[in-house]
Design a protein around this ligand. Structure first.
Ligand code: ADP
Ligand code: MG
Length: 339
């Protein structure tokens, strides 16, 4: 992953000197607080919060907060064990970019906690700082002020314990699907045997079996994104960041990918932050949908979906609470003009 803060452009310190200000009091919700649209009261059922499965049996090497073989279907409360820090914490985060020509405040006062195993979808008008938010978590950018925490620890540089999937699969054309996936292992010097076993599991999980030896140009857009997803998950990151991963796919393939991502999330127990322009995708996949304001982006409202982790696509779409949630998001975004 490259640092694309760009030459001559960087996020600047609040006083232009790179110093962090005193931190504002931590808040766990956006300004608009929380709304719940699910059929169950918040926290009573089990959306998200699965323990991390470690099919390699080798134990978790990333020190994730729940890499200890909890049951996959453990209720969310387990993912929010008392005393254990949230997988992701944003506290009063502000990002200002300054170039020679202009200054842009991309994010302001963004605060959010994400529990281990939770699935968060982020929606907001174009240019409101969604990609910037993910880059902060990946350690590719430093906030101008505020705090960015992974598992309770400040993010101080590029993080190797996250997975990142972009809108474009960005596969190496001269490598087969399997060897594109294994690229992750080579970059991280993972033991070969473990990496190959994990690659096989992910290939099976994402329905790529039979296409392992195909080259990117022989794969459909959906399959290329599956390869990118496998590559991002190979090292079993406790946190997976996805930036409009299905934006370039046709509607039917996207639907299929949504179903698969729900299954992969359940089976891996990974914490997911997904940026998407699709309101239905956000509401189907997420435990909570974070709605952002136009730039400077901040959290306008957090909508709790309250869906069971395993959810049928068509049935979910037909539920009244799903319709209420999507129209709420649409209303919030309706007045927002992106750029
Ligand atoms: P989104 O992903 O929500 O569309 P981004 O996070 O990409 O928005 O960008 C938010 C704002 O910050 C935009 O106005 C964009 O032009 C600006 N921006 C993002 N990255 C940089 C950068 N490296 N240098 C200068 N401005 C940037
Ligand atoms: Mg973006």
């Amino acid at each position: 992953m490259r640092d694309d803060t760009g030459a001559g452009v960087r996020a600047v310190g609040e006083d232009g000197d790179g110093e962090r200000r005193g931190l504002p009091e931590a808040r766990v919700r956006g300004d608009g607080g929380k709304r719940e649209y699910g059929g169950k009261p918040s926290g009573s059922a089990s959306p998200g919060g699965h323990g991390r499965a470690d099919p390699t049996g080798g134990g978790s090497s990333h020190g994730g907060p729940s890499g200890d073989g909890e049951r996959r279907d453990a209720p969310r409360e387990d993912g929010r064990r008392r005393g254990s820090p949230p997988a992701v914490g944003l506290r009063g985060v502000r990002v200002r970019f300054r170039s020679r020509q202009r200054e842009v405040t991309a994010l302001t006062d963004v605060s959010l906690d994400v529990a281990a195993g939770e699935f968060i979808a982020i929606v907001g008008p174009s240019g409101c700082g969604k990609s910037t938010l993910l880059k902060l978590l990946a350690g590719l950018l430093t906030p101008t002020s505020g705090e960015v925490l992974l598992h309770g620890e400040p993010v101080r540089g590029p993080r190797h314990d996250i997975g990142f999937v972009f809108q474009r699969a960005a596969l190496l054309e001269w490598r087969s699907a399997r060897r594109n996936i294994l690229l992750q292992a080579e970059m991280r010097r993972m033991p070969g045997g473990r990496a190959r076993r994990r690659a096989d599991e992910l290939i099976a999980m994402t329905g790529l079996a039979g296409f392992e030896d195909a080259y990117p140009h022989e794969l459909s857009g959906g399959m290329q994104q599956r390869v990118a997803l496998c590559r991002a998950l190979l090292h079993q990151p406790p946190v997976l960041l996805m930036d409009e991963p299905f934006g370039a796919l046709d509607a039917l393939t996207r639907e299929q990918m949504n179903r698969e991502l729900n299954r992969v999330w359940r089976e891996t127990g990974t914490t997911v932050l997904l940026v998407t322009h699709s309101i239905s995708e956000a509401c189907y996949l997420a435990d909570r949908v974070v709605v952002m304001s136009p730039r400077p982006g901040t959290v306008t409202e957090v909508i709790e979906m309250g869906l069971a982790p395993e959810r049928d696509y068509t049935q979910t779409m037909g539920r009244p609470e799903f319709a209420r949630a999507t129209s709420r998001v649409r209303a919030l975004l309706g007045g927002a003009r992106g750029n």
